[in-house]
Ligand binder design. Sequence first.
Ligand code: ADP
Ligand code: MG
Length: 447
Amino acid sequence: MSGKHWPPGTQCVTKHDHTKPKPQELAFHKGDVVTIIEAVEGKGWYRARHNETGQEGLMAASALRQRGAIRADPKLSLMPWFHGKISGAEAVQELQPPEDGLFLVRESVRHPGDYVLCVSFGKEVIHYRVVHEENTLSIDSQQHFSNLIDMIEHYMKEQGAICTKLVKPKPKSGMKSAEEELAKAGWLLNLQHLTLGDRIGQGEFGDVLQGEYMGQKVAVKNIKCDVTAQAFLTETAAMTKVRHKNLVCLLGVILHNGLYIVMEFMSKGNLVNFLRTRGRALVPTQQLLLFALDVAQGMDYLESKKLVHRDLAARNILISEENVAKVSDFGLARVDPKGADATLLPIKWTAPEALKHNKFSSKSDVWSYGILLWETFSFGRAPYPKLSLKEVTELLEQGYRMEPPEGCPPAVYALMKSCWALEPGKRPSFKKLTEKLQKELKHLGDV
Ligand code: ADP
Ligand code: MG
């Protein structure tokens, strides 16, 4: 039973039922998720809090396993019941044998753009046309939904105008329910415990809200569009694989209003705004170096997990209450892996080989890191000021590189330049960058 050293905050899943607890012990069912509070003196016991009930108590380590990672699997679907363009007759076939409340959704063949909800009831299959109107979906023109996920969520809770409450999704063959997989692994949070507050940011794909989850301050990214939510599963899967002080921590997800991604709350916002609003007068060089070091350490860890960021930039670095910088948005969700839409790439941050030949690697992340260093030491200026995207691409090919920001220590500028070596192999590793920054910090402390 030894060999488990879970620090406070570790999320664990229970391996079996424990319904008759002794005094001070926690009761639980198999598959419940708990948060470690502390290890108890002696062997193999932990004080933990039940994520569902909020109760605290003792638990045997042998009853627990640490929450696992979700594999980014293309078969993992938020809408496993969505069968695409199949005919009504095929839908009836899929819903055999009859079972009240067994359902699927298909695309209407006759009315392109509309969907059909097919529900098994009695010995029949009933087909409900879902009308797509002004960006909302509706079956009865009374209840409107912004996407299919919400609509299904609703009719699983309430019968409304249809023949029966939806009970059981019929998955498209080969598809796995992301909800089930997330729940099994312990990453599905409980909507009841979430309180939402003010909007703190606007992402490209949805709002970011402040909130509270079981007493902890959190940030919640809400992705309403179901297709985008599906794409974000990749990002979420990447987040379940990592745990590091310089990476924004995922608490879990909730399938509601599309998708909620619940993360630790970073009270001081993103690095660009942090620097712009405070400026040179309030942020000393030492703090800039500490941010740069934090990011390099987070990236070194990501590299060790063989994860490529692809969108490393100061806007994606968040600052905690204690001034710790953490890397966010590391799931590659936003960049098409086949590079089909090159116009979406953050040109001024992306390495030449990645732009031209779609060769993304930790070394192309290092190039972006050089740009991030430049942004940091210029207190949040946009890189290549006054140059158009086209000019940047051309000038870089001719060997042009940005000038150092005003007041930038020469050693730091040398680091930027090394990140901008044309040949990826000549760029430093994140480990090397970490060492150099530590040296520079020490040097600053000595003078
Ligand atoms: P996008 O999907 O556009 O990349 P981001 O994840 O970058 O969205 O979030 C947009 C903004 O919301 C950020 O710049 C930041 O200001 C705020 N934000 C995002 N995540 C958090 C968080 N965990 N804590 C605090 N603020 C956050
Ligand atoms: Mg972002």
